[in-house]
Design a protein around this ligand. Structure first.
Ligand code: NAD
Length: 339
C-alpha cells in the first residue's frame, strides 16, 4: 500500500506520517509539501531516511509536478492535508488560499482520475459550518449542517469540499471528507492559539487574546485526529463526510488560563486585543457518525493532552525558537502591535 500524504511537513500532516509509520510500518509513504512558512522539514528529520518514506517538494496546484509524481509513484491512497490554514492570514491576503486550497484540491483530484486511486481523502474543517450561538449549548454541527462560512479560509475549504463531492458524483472519484474540530499537540506552528500562548508565556511576554476571550472552540489532540483519518481511509464509505471531534469545548480564555497554570505563569500576562474581523463564536462537533459507524473515539483528554503538549514545547525549544525568529516575528508585530 502506498499513501501520498500532501502537506506532510505541516502540523497535522507530520503527525499523520508518524501515526502511519507506527501503525502501518509496511506501508510506503510519499510526502509532498511545498514547504511554505508553515511547512518544516526539520519536523520529519528522524523519518526521512527510512526506506519506505520519500519526500518531494512540490505545489499541489502545479499540475505538471503533481502529474509527474503520480506517474512515478502511482499512490493507492491520497490524503490531502496541504492547505493554507491560518484564518488571520486569509483575512490579510485571500488569494493564496484560493490557489492552494481550491485549485490544489482540484489538481490532486484530476491526477487521481487520470492515474487511478483506491481512495482520495480530503482533510477539512468544522469551520465550513460557520459558527453556533453561545447561548445554545444544545446545538452541534452534524454532517448535515449546511455550509455557512465566515472567513476566506473557511470559504476556500468549503469550496474544496463541494468540489470533492462533485468529483465523486460526476466522475465516480472514490472520495471521502473529514471535518475536524481544532487540533492541538506537538509540531503546531506558533501562530496558532495554544503554541502561541505556550511560547510567549515561557518568555514572560504578553498573551494576546481576541475580544473578551469568550469564543468557544472544540479541541482535539492531534493524534486522535490522525487515528480517525486512518479509520476513514480504510473503512469509511466513499462519498461520505465524517465529522471528527471529542466534545471538548473550552473558551479561549479557559485554554489560556489552563496553559498558564500548567506553566506556573501569572494571568497578568493576558492582554485582550481588538477582536478578529468576522470572528466565529462557537464551534462544536457532533462526532456520533465516526463513533457508531467506524468505532473511533478520542483517547486523550484535554488535561492530559495539554500536559503532553506543554512538555513537548519545553523539550523541543529549538524547533519553535527557529520558527519564531525572523519572518514570523515581523508577521506577529504586524498582526498584534497596537491592537
Ligand atoms: P499547517 O499550516 O500546519 O500545514 C499545512 C502544510 O501544507 C504545510 O506544511 C505547508 O507547507 C503545506 N502547503 C501549503 N500550501 C501547499 C501547496 N500549495 N502545495 C503543497 N503543500 C502546501 O496546517 P495544519 O494545521 O496541519 O492543517 C492541515 C489540514 O488540516 C488543512 O487542510 C486544514 O484545513 C485542516 N484542518 C486543520 C485543523 C487545525 O486545527 N489545525 C482542524 C481541522 C482541519
Amino acid at each position: 500500500m502506498k499513501i501520498l500524504v500532501t502537506g506532510g511537513a505541516g502540523f497535522i500532516g507530520s503527525n499523520f506520517v508518524f501515526h502511519m509509520l507506527e501503525n502501518h510500518p509496511d506501508y510506503d509513504l510519499v510526502v509532498l509539501d511545498l514547504l511554505t512558512y508553515a511547512g518544516n522539514l526539520e519536523t520529519l528529520k528522524d523519518v526521512l531516511d527510512r526506506p519506505n518514506v520519500r519526500f518531494v517538494r512540490a505545489d499541489i496546484a502545479d499540475r505538471e509536478a503533481v502529474y509527474g509524481l503520480f506517474r512515478e509513484e502511482h499512490p493507492d491512497i491520497v490524503v490531502n492535508f496541504a492547505a493554507e490554514s491560518h484564518v488571520d492570514r486569509s483575512i490579510e491576503d485571500p488569494g493564496i488560499f484560493l490557489r492552494s486550497n481550491i485549485i490544489g484540491t482540484q489538481t490532486l483530484m484530476d491526477a487521481c482520475r487520470k492515474y487511478g486511486v483506491a481512495r482520495y481523502h480530503q482533510v477539512s474543517t468544522d469551520e465550513v459550518y460557520g459558527d453556533l450561538p453561545l447561548d445554545r449549548p444544545d446545538l452541534f454541527f452534524t454532517e448535515e449542517t449546511p455550509l455557512h462560512t465566515s472567513s476566506p479560509y473557511s470559504a476556500s475549504k468549503a469550496a474544496a469540499d463541494l468540489l470533492v463531492q462533485a468529483y465523486h458524483r460526476t466522475y465516480g472519484l472514490p472520495a471521502t471528507i473529514s471535518r475536524c474540530s481544532n487540533n492541538y499537540g506537538p509540531y503546531h506552528f506558533p501562530e496558532k492559539l495554544i503554541p502561541l500562548i505556550i511560547s510567549r508565556a515561557l518568555a514572560d511576554e504578553s498573551l494576546p487574546v481576541y475580544g473578551t476571550g469568550e469564543n468557544v472552540r472544540d479541541w482535539l489532540f492531534v493524534r486522535d485526529h490522525c487515528a480517525a483519518i486512518d479509520r476513514i481511509i480504510h473503512d469509511g464509505r466513499v462519498g461520505e463526510v465524517y465529522n471528527i471531534g471529542g466534545h471538548n469545548e473550552r473558551t479561549n480564555l479557559q485554554v489560556v488560563k489552563t496553559i498558564l497554570k500548567e506553566l506556573g505563569k501569572p494571568e497578568s500576562l493576558i492582554t485582550f486585543v481588538r477582536d478578529r474581523a468576522g470572528h466565529d463564536m462557537r464551534y462544536a462537533i457532533d462526532p456520533a457518525k465516526m463513533m457508531s459507524e467506524l468505532g473511533w473515539e478520542p483517547t486523550t483528554t484535554f488535561d492530559e493532552g495539554i500536559k503532553q503538549t506543554v512538555k513537548w514545547y519545553l523539550d523541543n525549544e529549538d524547533w519553535w525558537k527557529n520558527i519564531i525568529s525572523g519572518d514570523y516575528q515581523q508577521y506577529y508585530e504586524k498582526m498584534y502591535a497596537g491592537r
